[in-house]
Design a protein around this ligand. Sequence first.
Ligand code: MCA
Ligand code: AMP
Length: 500
Amino acid sequence: MLPADAPSPWIARRSQLAINTRPAIVAEDGALTHQELALRAGMVAAALLAGRRSLQGEAVALLARPSCTWVAGFLGILEAGGVAVPLSSHYTDREILYILQDAEVKVLLVDGAHVRTVGLSGVRCLTLEDLPMGGAPPASCTAGDRALMLYTSGTTGKPKGVVLTHQNLEAQTRLLGEAWRISETDRLLHALPLHHMHGVVIALLTTLQSGGSTELLPRFDPMAVWDGFARSTVWMGVPTMYHKLLDAFEQAPEEVRRRWREGARGLRLATSGSAALPATLATRWEVIAGVVPLERFGMTELGVALTNPLDGERKVGSVGRPLSGVEVQVVDEEGRLVAPGEPGEIVVRGPTVFAGYHRRGDATREAFRGGWFCTGDTATLDQEGYVRILGRTSVDILKSGGYKLSALEIEEALGEHPGVGEVAVVGLPDEAWGQRVVAAVVPRSSWTQRMTGEELRAFCRERLASYKVPKQILLTEELPRNAMGKIVKQALVERLRSQG
Ligand code: MCA
Ligand code: AMP
């Protein structure tokens, strides 16, 4: 670990790349070399600084399509000494306002497609395409300075800001780049959302900092991804993407399959993470690509912590061993190491572990025990040190298509409807999504005949990003409860599963 006041290793690496003339980004809005990208980032930094020497940790939100513009905006914020807060275009206005407020955002950087008036005084909106020409030397940042804030759903109703430092970003991108031997000859095909750890740090920034190039697709489209493999060496996806890719493959005519198969076989590395990769998907991919995807385990609070090896044995159903430079243990409730085969919680320590939840001192303290970050994931360790994930300790944290969703956040949104008496949100096992989010609602008596599940879904869509909206909302007379009157979600899951 570097001392918090050491010069930022992130900025140092960025300066090295500023003279690199190899390709860095290809996207809908053009292509940039590392050098050109550095110049564009310098322009953004200069506009943000407007004569100051540093933003001194001010939060700057970023809302733009996946593009050269997005990447220059992101890097410019860090170079100006600001904290980048990437937003999703799937967010509702309400979600955006919540984050702007919670993160104490001062400036919102947008592209032409996202120009909007922000209903919050004190937030300035700058359009990236309209910034004046100019440049600024990077602000003098330290290893411990905040660099990135990612909003993640959890065991509280509202998402929390995960604060990552310059050191976190540098350590994660360097260690992962080394483990997966990402180099300047790599070209990553990128179709992940740019408001989460996977898409931003694990995929984009790791490739960028390793000197490689990234092709940013505007969205995940299975056919465009299959076509893109032929131009790429690396692909990173979540299991739902593999599911959708394999379905598209099976529906394609034989001559198209032949081309796609060749593209997949030409990849040097295809990884899967953010949720468990079912063995059936791994095998279906192997039949086409010749090798199973490399599965790894990560978390917003710490990036990738465990990975199957690039060259050694990839165990299907396992997430591999600790990333070199990161300490991982599987422990019991007292923090003692468990024996191989025994279940325990994954805990992590090292330079990639985040600095804390923004303005949530209590939640931060609760998340650590004796300096180790407690992931809330239950796992076993085998004799060779490979970790197998068994599931999460909390039933209220769901994973759908790689997105972490909070049952409580969805319940809160539904609870705002005047007809909703009681509500419980659960995840049902699902081949495509991993978990399919379903809500069971007990209507207030006066509303029983006046409300449908579809109307409630529309109500949710006004409040939550579309991927958080339950796939199904069932109206029911009662919810299963224990002797203390508490809703038993596991019993609800069983009931809903038996009803098909
Ligand atoms: C889209 N929908 C979803 C999801 N995605 N519903 C539930 N769960 C989802 N994940 C909704 C859409 O809003 C739409 O709703 C309907 O489903 C159909 O959308 P479709 O076109 O089929 O979906 P898509 O656009 O192809 O999206 C699927 C996706 C996407 C590409 C798999 O979900 C995605 O990009 N997932 C990646 C999430 C991710 O990056 N997680 C990493 C977190 P409607 O019809 O009502 O409009 S970081 C992490 O986990 C750690 C660090 C780690 O280890 O990586
Ligand atoms: P997030 O908070 O969105 O970063 O999601 C992190 C969570 O995703 C972890 O705590 C795990 O529950 C889950 N996760 C990530 N990678 C895997 C994987 N390969 N297998 C199973 N679960 C995973």
